[in-house]
Design a protein around this ligand. Structure first.
Ligand code: OSB
Ligand code: MG
Length: 373
C-alpha cells in the first residue's frame, strides 16, 4: 500500500509531550506504568492542524524506542528528509535509510496522513481506501493483585460486552489465574499476553494453558525471538500470536514461513506506520494468519488511528481498543472512545482522524513543547 498524496507545504511542526495519569496502574510482566506519557507532533498547514502520536513509552521496558530517543531520531534524522514536493510514500522510502525506529517514522507518517485526509475532507480510513465498518472491541487487563480482583475486572469487561478479554500473565501468575477466570466464564473469548516472560524451559507449564480453550497466547517467548516460537507453536494447541517480535513485513514473512505463529498483533507504530501495517495485514491474511490491532494505551489521537486502521482488509479479530474512560480521567482529544450496547466502536466522524484536540486539556497535560520547524 503506497500513499500517493504529496506532503505539501507545512507552516510549522511542533513536538509536544503530554502526561496523563492512568485511572489505575497498568502492569505487564516487565513493568507497571502509572501515567501515560506521549510524544505528539503537531503539523500546521493552511489553517489545518494535524496530529501524529508516537506510541513509544518514556522507558525501554516494552520496546527499545523511547520518547527521548524517538524525539532525537525525528529531529536529527527523519525531519531533514521531509520535502514538501515528495509523496508520503516517497518519504517512507527515504526513511528506510534510517535503521529501525519504526515508532518515530510512524509518528510523522500518521501526522502527514491526518493532514492529507483533512485537506481532502475525508476520514482517514477513506484516504487509506477502506469503507466504514463497526469495529469490534477488545480489552487488555493488566496484572492484578489477586485472582479475585482479576475476576472482578473480567466481570466488568463482560458486562460492557467487550468482544474478547485479554489478561496479562507472567511466570508464577498464569495457569491458576486463567483457571480462576475460566471457572467464572467457561466460554468467553479469552486470551493471554506474556510480553516475552517465558523460555522453552517453561514448555510443560505453557502446555497446561492448552486446557483453557484460549483464543491465543501473545508473545510467550523473548521480544528478540522469531525462531524458537516455531518450536513452541508446534508443541502447543493454543495459537501463538506475535507482538514484540514483529517490526516489519519482512519479520512477519519470516514468522509465517517458520510457522512461529498463527496470529499477528499489529501495532501500527511498532511496525513503522499505517502503510506497513496494511502490507502486513494483507500478507498475513493471504497466508491464513489471524490479524488484529494492538494498542499502546494511546491518547485519543492514537486510539483514533487504531480504529481507522481496523477498517482495513485482513483485520479479522477484535483488537486492543477499549474505552477511553478506563485509562484516563481526562483525555486530550474528543470525543472519547465508547462501546455501543453490542460492544462495537464507532469510527470517529469527520475528516482525518476525526477527533479534536482540546486546547485547554492539551495545555493542562503538556510537560514539554518545542518547535521543530
Ligand atoms: O503487550 O500489548 C501489549 C500496553 C503497553 C505495552 C504493551 C502492551 C500493552 C497492552 C495494552 O496490552 C493495550 C491497550 O489497551 O492499548
Ligand atoms: Mg502484547
Amino acid at each position: 500500500m503506497d500513499i500517493q498524496e504529496k506532503i505539501g507545504p507545512l507552516e510549522s511542526i511542533e513536538a509536544v509531550i503530554v502526561r496523563l495519569p492512568f485511572v489505575s496502574p497498568f502492569g505487564i510482566s516487565t513493568y507497571t506504568w502509572t501515567v501515560k506519557d506521549a510524544l505528539l507532533l503537531r503539523f500546521e498547514s493552511g489553517g489545518i492542524t494535524a496530529w501524529g502520536e508516537c506510541v513509544a513509552d518514556p522507558d525501554p521496558f516494552y520496546f527499545y524506542e523511547t520518547i527521548g530517543t524517538d524525539l532525537v531520531i525525528i529531529k536529527e534524522f527523519l525531519l531533514p528528509l521531509l520535502d514538501p514536493g515528495i509523496t508520503i510514500a516517497e518519504l517512507m522510502k527515504r526513511f528506510a535509510h534510517v535503521r529501525g525506529h519504526g515508532m518515530a517514522k510512524a509518528t510523522i507518517e500518521n501526522g502527514l496522513l491526518d493532514l492529507a485526509a483533512k485537506r481532502k475532507g475525508v476520514p482517514l480510513h477513506v484516504l487509506l481506501g477502506f469503507p466504514p465498518k463497526k469495529i469490534p472491541s477488545g480489552i487488555s487487563i493488566g496484572l492484578q493483585e489477586s485472582k479475585e480482583a482479576l475476576v472482578a475486572a473480567v466481570e466488568e469487561a463482560v458486562a460492557k460486552r467487550y468482544h474478547r478479554v485479554k489478561m496479562k500473565v507472567k511466570r508464577g501468575q498464569d495457569v491458576e489465574w486463567v483457571a480462576a477466570v475460566r471457572e467464572r466464564f467457561p466460554d468467553y473469548p479469552l486470551m493471554v499476553d506474556a510480553n516475552g516472560d517465558y523460555t522453552l524451559d517453561d514448555l510443560p507449564r505453557l502446555k497446561q494453558l492448552d486446557a483453557f480453550g484460549l483464543m491465543m497466547i501473545e508473545q510467550p517467548l523473548s521480544y528478540t525471538d522469531i525462531y524458537l516460537h516455531s518450536f513452541l507453536q508446534r508443541e502447543m494447541k493454543t495459537a501463538v500470536c506475535l507482538d514484540e517480535s514483529i517490526h516489519s513485513l519482512a519479520d512477519a514473512a519470516s514468522a509465517i514461513a517458520l510457522g512461529s505463529c498463527r496470529i499477528i498483533n499489529i501495532k501500527q507504530g511498532r511496525v513503522g506506520g499505517l502503510a506497513e501495517s496494511l502490507r502486513i495485514a494483507k500478507y498475513g491474511s493471504d497466508h491464513g494468519i489471524g490479524i488484529w490491532s494492538g494498542g499502546m494505551d494511546e491518547t485519543g489521537i492514537g486510539r483514533a488511528v487504531n480504529i481507522h486502521l481496523q477498517t482495513a482488509e485482513g483485520f479479522s479479530l477484535p483488537g486492543d481498543t477499549s474505552e477511553t474512560s478506563r485509562y484516563f480521567h481526562e483525555d486530550i482529544a474528543d470525543p472519547p472512545v465508547v462501546l455501543d450496547p453490542d460492544g462495537f466502536i464507532a469510527i470517529p466522524a469527520g475528516p482525518g482522524i476525526g477527533v479534536r484536540v482540546d486546547p485547554d486539556k492539551l495545555k493542562r497535560h503538556t510537560i514539554h513543547a518545542e518547535r521543530l520547524r
